[in-house]
Design a protein around this ligand. Structure first.
Ligand code: AMP
Ligand code: GLY
Length: 445
């Protein structure tokens, strides 16, 4: 079986790697992939742009792939799944209609309101003056969101009115292009966040293990938001009782509401949840795809072959599939970023120490995000090529074990300016101690 994976992040490397755990998957093609997928056995990158829909469709047909899986939101929102399906290529991932769940926050809010799904109260504006008047009336703290896709940068949690007003001005002055010409203003929710990635065939929906993301760049959750600096799964915050409620109050009503709108949704419904101080789950946002770096901790724990799960969704027989099986382990992931990220950073630094990871007995995997192979020659060096460079994941018997292994692996990897958070494990370690830095000396946060 040949499978096509579209995207070039750590998420796509993790998807390709997990698919290839099954001997039934003979080849994975990544468009365009990265340095990690380039060096993965039975995996091949095709150097094509993600927005070249015609080229991607032609490639999928020529290679005779059994199905395609689309990683990022942008091609989903732009209708790549529809194009592939029109060429008779089965796809795991929603069409343009279903992708609105992520691509328009207002659309998702209306769906939630109609289906009685718990979320923050909100109002939507296409006019800056009206938006500001609403903020003045509501007071702070308050949350300002560009309506469309803004690469995770369109949200401002404003603790003061002035910050909210500035965010409205920025959005309408074109900071996020067309995505920011409509603004959603939301009630501030207190609580703790958790990510639930659920798979659906449009009828049945089943959650994967809940995961904890770490969005801020700095230790102690300080500084600006990033694409995600680390993760672990299963997140203890999402107890089995809470997951029951998420299934009943959020996931099932979401799929039913999509169906009511005539949308045949096959893919991931990613519910970013706030668990309020009273213990109630509320939706912060929906994504229409796998999360990054959540995927890098969730998929390595999946014992059921991934292609079986994805094909069951594609063929609408998820209800008949036995419950997902999970390894008897937990997973931790720490992201290594380029110095300066999420601000300006340099690319093209040589990454050393990746080879040493193989067979070191630490069960650590370096999923590549922003990396590329310098040339297609065997043993060609791997270079940094993005802000988030590597997502180093390890499984363990418990979180202490998993993160000790992940941080030991990280200590073997070097590139100029490498930065990572040493506190990703802190919420789940049996005792809070920072991971040792490169000299093996723990420092204060
Ligand atoms: P989003 O891109 O919608 O996930 O928002 C980015 C981050 O902003 C979330 O992960 C939350 O930490 C925060 N956030 C978004 N909406 C709210 C809200 N209504 N109340 C509090 N925090 C929020
Ligand atoms: N980890 C956040 C996201 O994938 O959007």
């Amino acid at each position: 079986m040949r499978v096509l994976v579209v995207g070039n992040g750590g998420r796509e490397h993790a998807i390709a790697w997990t698919l290839l755990q099954s001997p039934k998957v003979t080849r994975v093609y990544c468009i365009p992939g990265n340095g990690g997928t380039a060096t993965l056995a039975r995996c091949e990158n095709a150097n094509m742009r993600v927005d070249d829909f015609e080229g991607i469709c032609r490639f999928a047909v020529t290679q005779g792939v059994a199905f395609a899986i689309i990683g990022p939101e942008a091609p989903l929102a732009a209708g790549l799944a529809d194009e592939l399906r029109s060429q008779s290529i089965p796809v795991f991932g929603p069409g343009r209609d279903g992708a609105q769940l992520e691509a328009s926050k207002q659309w998702a809010k209306e769906l939630m309101a109609q289906a009685n799904i718990p979320t923050a109260a909100s109002a939507s504006f296409t006019d800056a003056a009206a938006a500001k008047a609403y903020v003045q009336q509501q007071g702070a703290p308050i949350v300002i969101k560009a309506d469309g896709l803004a690469s995770g940068k369109g949200v401002t949690v404003a603790m003061e009115i002035e910050t909210a007003i500035a965010a409205i001005d920025e959005s309408f002055s074109g900071k996020f292009g067309a995505a920011g010409q409509q603004v959603l203003i939301e009630e501030f929710m207190e609580g703790k966040e958790v990510s639930v990635l659920a798979l659906t065939d449009g009828q049945t929906i089943r959650p994967l293990l809940p995961a904890q993301d770490h969005k801020r760049i700095g230790e102690g959750d300080q500084g600006p938001n990033t694409g995600g600096m680390g993760a672990y799964a299963p997140a203890p915050l999402a107890t089995p009782a809470l997951m029951e409620r998420v299934q009943r109050e959020i996931l099932e009503p979401t799929v039913a509401a999509l169906r009511d709108r005539g949308i045949d949704y096959c893919g991931v419904v990613y519910a970013g949840l706030m668990i309020t101080p009273s213990g109630d789950p509320k939706v912060v946002e929906f994504n229409c795809r796998f999360g990054d770096p959540e995927t890098q901790v969730v998929l390595p724990l999946l014992a059921t072959p991934l292609h079986e799960v994805l094909q069951a969704c594609i063929e609408k027989r998820l209800a008949a599939l036995p419950p997902f099986a999970w390894k008897d382990a937990v997973a931790g992931c720490v992201v290594m970023a380029a110095g300066g990220y999420p601000g300006p950073f340099t690319k093209g630094q040589t990454i050393h120490g990746l080879d040493g990871l193989d067979g070191n007995g630490d069960r650590a995997i370096a999923f590549h995000a922003g990396t590329k192979r310098q040339s297609s020659a065997p043993n060609s060096p791997i270079l940094t090529d993005g802000g988030r460079v590597l997502a180093v994941t390890s499984l363990g018997a418990d979180f202490d074990d998993a993160f000790d292994r992940a941080y030991r692996a990280i200590a073997q990897i070097q590139f100029d300016g490498a930065y990572y958070r040493r506190d990703i494990a802190n919420q789940v370690r049996s005792s809070v101690n920072l991971a040792p830095d490169r000299d093996g000396v723990a420092e204060d946060a």
